[in-house]
Design a binder for this molecule. Sequence first.
Ligand code: GDP
Ligand code: GDP
Length: 438
Amino acid sequence: MKPVVALVGRPNVGKSTLFNRMTRSRDAIVDDMAGVTRDRHFGEAMWEGRPFVLVDTGGFLSNDADSFAAHIRAQVEMALEDADHVVLVLDGKSGVSYYDRDLVDLLRAKGKPFFCIVNKIDGERHEIALTDFYALGIEEPFPVSAEHGYGFSDFMDALTEDMPLEDEGNDGQPEGPIRVAVVGRPNAGKSSLINRLLGEERMVVSEVAGTTRDSVDSLVEYGGKTYLFVDTAGIRRKGKVTHRVEKYSVIKALQSLERCDVALVLLDASEGVTDQDVRVAGYASDRGCGCIFVCNKWDLMPPEKKDVKRMKEELAMEAKFLGYAPVLTISALTGQRVIKLFPMIDKVYEQYISRVGTSHLNRIIEDATARTEPSLHNGKRIKFYFASQVRTSPPTFALVTNYPDAIHFSYKRYLVNQIREALGLDMTPIRIKFQERS
Ligand code: GDP
Ligand code: GDP
């Protein structure tokens, strides 16, 4: 059953604009059936693999209802009856109106939690308009521009956070849990995250003995899959960190990296990317496991710094070598987006264990070398004779060539990027080895 989301709000606040934006990604897929978008008040939406049904309650009612108050009341009744989530849309341009107050009071009286959007916040500098709305006693209004998209993804993240993922059927994954390590400098929030994950009620958790002495792993079942969080005991047990135990925790980190398929590289977003973070990321990169940058303590970020794009740019600059690692902003404290880790782990893992057929791979290499030839080596051409994938986890390719030692690192990087692009492997490390023709 897909959750139902209802939009409520007085006319002209931008409900149908928002409706269109929310259903747009889906429309691209079901365009034939969509008909005239403008007149629909009921549609399918999907955000990061979480499908839901969207209802614009305002659109169901005629604007010449007996009275405005009756109109609003009917909207709310409808929303509360059918919807799992209610989204109140307010107009950040025209400010708070009497009717907004009425709507808020009505929703409150029903005792059902609701999301609140202040629309027409077309950019950061419009956020000043939010202050008016605090007077309504709403704790966390989402500033959004339905028309331009500002603030939209933050709102959608929050809205869909607890929604179930789409059933995907069997995707042919190998048996056995995905092994996940949580690493990061002291105080990044590792134990908070582990405790939060293991404490989630929707998860079935059991402890199993790890492979090293007195290490304990935790098996977590989520969305029909099993994940093994390695070396959780050490992380949970740890209290306050001092410099003395820090050395120890680096070893722990290295051990768990050794045992994992995917590493969550945790950092304290409120402190920015520090040298120590880069070092930990370096360990993960060396290990060659799948990696996800998890920017924790997002709740501490002041609004003007709550900018995922900027965070990504900072990471791309400071930790270039992990350019393939996706970035997720979370709060282990409030639980915000923590659940999103699972689909992201799945994606990274899928690429990490992927395989490509030899003929396909050889075509990719042929095309790539035809497009851009390696530079000459002592006046002689460097040739590639044959390519094959020699292992997965991470995908590793062997290229047979006449001058394995003469290939410039920039050309190697070019080949890696060509393989990434051709195979859609944007989130996993990839390795290439050059072998001399025997
Ligand atoms: P509804 O009556 O609540 O469905 O509102 P509409 O979606 O029809 O929008 C009402 C008006 O507000 C239209 O002229 C929209 O172009 C405008 N509007 C909607 N969203 C935004 C926005 O994010 N920013 C600005 N500046 N205008 C918007
Ligand atoms: P570890 O050393 O990496 O295991 O970090 P901890 O989990 O012990 O967290 C260090 C400190 O940061 C503790 O005081 C936590 O309460 C705090 N903390 C962890 N996660 C968050 C978060 O998401 N938001 C905030 N505000 N504090 C956090």
